[in-house]
Design a protein around this ligand. Sequence first.
Ligand code: HEM
Length: 449
Amino acid sequence: MNAATSSGPAISVEIDDIQSGALHHRPSPYVGKYVFLRVDDRHAGRKFLGWLLPAVDSGLPSASPNQDAWVAVALTWNGLRALGVPQASLDSFPIEFQQGMAARAEALGDVGDSAPANWEAPFGTPDVHIVISALAPDDARLEAALARAREALRASPGVEVIWQQDVKQLPTGRTTLGFKDGISYPSIEGTGIPGSNPQELPIKAGEFILGYPDETGNLPPMPQPEVLGRNGTYAAIRKLHTRVAAWRQYLRANSASPEEEALLAAKMIGRWPSGAPLVLSPEQDDPELGADYRRNNDFLYRADDDRGFKCPAGAHIRRVNPRDADIIGVTRLHRIIRRGTTYGPPLPAGVLEDDGVDRGLVGVFLGAHLDRQFEFIKTDWVNDGNFIGYSGEKDPVAGHHVETDVFTIPEQPIRRRLQNLPGFVVTRGGEYGFVPGLRALRWLADLDT
Ligand code: HEM
């Protein structure tokens, strides 16, 4: 169905109460840190949040991450419980959030190497309570942003750091697999913040922020009391290891020339390394187009590439956002906001052997409906092919592959079918977080249960 339909009056959104990380695009270049905390004492946990609150930015334009750093905070369901949130309120959260990502692993395709039994500690344990992320354009501003969090920790014995992950944009500006990321994002109606595709009408605020009507015209179910739920959103936080050597080896083994290798990789992603989309540049990379934010996401599929001769229907970007392509389903009900950041050093160019180093991305996927956004995209679009008529095929990049998996590239006179795709991505861990509005954070800090 169609990428460009929206109806009903525009609603203005309380951007001064929504965390900046939910609304604004990250800086580029960026350095950052993710920190997981465990709350051993509810009073300490509340005190910690109260201290941290002044450092958590709202979505107001003055809080632009390009000028400064931003700090965001999310809580798991176990975290809300550890803070002493009343049971009636805990019960009002959606079941998938209450269960947590590890409990949903099988449906999400986190099996085999990616199964919770193989996750990095403390992912998937009841110990993960608070998640802090800080992103800044450089180390100095990152340190300044983290200073308040450190003070908050010193002031609140009973809150422990249990995991940290540094992230940093690679000098190439690309992810570990070699492709530019962070190009495509929707516009949230009522925020005034533009999206990256001029052909996609803004998406109703309720798809991303609780307390506003969504694309169905309804108010999404909101955790109670209202002060806690309003202006919040949910985050699926994932640490994804990329098997870069396996990726390069597979491309080499299935190509007769370096040019073919580059084309094959682009067909799997849907964009060239520079970010230029295949729909607008089907034959070769176009770095000028890739770098031009006014043009690099200005496309739909139906008119220009209905049959996928340019960008295969099964390519990563076309699966996870089919735009107006003819699919089973309605794209606008499954949009998502992404905050992808890279960790680990790059595998040097040309190296085909695995060096054993951990590298990949910490992906944060935001939306008001974990079930029909993140979970739906993973189960129905990434790890299944029925919606595009490719039963049994999965996302060539982000899919969980078994040895017999295939990837279809429409070509004339006859399509090409890649065989025996190995897994290129391994899930190292994942958590579901609730990202409260600022008033809600104050409410949590002031709890007196
Ligand atoms: C390690 C695994 C992954 C890698 C390397 C990866 C890489 C990329 C790249 C290079 C792009 C193109 C840049 C852009 O359009 O902004 C992209 C787009 C995107 N990815 Fe991923 N991705 C991964 C996993 C995922 C997962 C698990 C999801 C969803 C559950 C996802 C959702 C998206 C979405 C929604 C887009 C934008 C598509 C569009 O609007 O055209 N990605 N990804």
